[in-house]
Ligand binder design. Sequence first.
Ligand code: NAI
Length: 358
Amino acid sequence: MSHEVVLIPGDGIGPEVAGATRSVLDATGVDIRWVERSAGAAALETHGALLPESTLEAIRRCRTAIKGPIATPVGQGFRSVNVALRQDLDLFAAVRPVRSLPGVPTRHHDIDLVVIRENTEDLYRGIEFERGTPDAAALRGKLHDLGGFQIPEDAGITLKPISVSGARRIVRFAFEYVRANRRRKVTVGHKANVMRYSDGIFLETARTDASDYPDVAWEDVHIDTLSARLVRSPQGFDVLLLPNLYGDILSDLCAGLVGGLGLIPGANIGWEYAVFEPVHGSAPDIAGMGIANPIAMVLSGSMMLRHLGELKAADTVDRAVDQVLGRRQIRTADLGGRASTVEMGEALANEVTRSEVA
Ligand code: NAI
């Protein structure tokens, strides 16, 4: 069966890791017809927009995409492309599997957890009022009238909406994920004791809807306590279910536990579309040097293969990553080695080809 997939190379190290990923996925023999589209700085130059309509249109048509990281220019009035993609395509669930990999020196071992993050609400909803603007002044006035809240004149304001409907779909997604993937337990992270009307809704919805899944164990933990427990004994966790902001922060923390951002894949899933991407950003400090680790995007590719029903090929890619890392011969700089992005890509693609032949 042939699959049409949109490939967005992205910014910074994006094109480097995307090239390696494409060669590894092609080596599986799965018939992927790549539809390359741009977003980010490259698109701003060629299309005059960070997220061109032609890119969105291609994803709507193919329904599946894989992307490299995209840098959003800071402080120039641009809406984050990543946030825009997630909102415009309603990719409400971010799924980030974090597992200990062979041959990667880390403090902890035997970590095997999945971060499931709500992707469209919360402080990342993008509802912001700039300090000193008439809108910020009007909002401060309204808040004063409504609840006597005194907000300093020199404050910027970001709002944190969390809805029952938004919480419900991610809660059910997480519990369904546990069932479908034979996992054990959901841990809900929140701060409902302080943010009663936003995190409170997240927790309440989890509590209500968990009763529909009597076969799935669950617990709730305050986000600060959860952070401390994660760095002490991450093996105690299975599936973490988190609102948007906490999910963003803790998935990077979890990446650090298993060897860094260069290793952690991700998927953004909605009812209609799925966009796969590494958790890391465009890494401007090493962009263009050819030393980025492509594994995070390669593993995002294996998640994509699984999503497309190509289970055997996905397993082959995962195994190739384990085998190449386990041999400790080819390692990129972030893992203490000297291999280039291209060399790592070639080693993985060769490993995939070898196991396809075997
Ligand atoms: P970053 O993830 O780009 O970099 C953090 C550190 O990790 C850097 O030292 C970098 O060299 C290293 N690193 C990241 N990926 C690596 C890889 N594959 N191999 C080796 N080392 C790697 O985070 P930062 O610096 O906060 O963000 C840079 C830009 O990326 C920003 O414009 C940000 O908005 C964007 N970004 C985009 C994301 C996306 O497209 N999904 C996600 C996160 C950030």
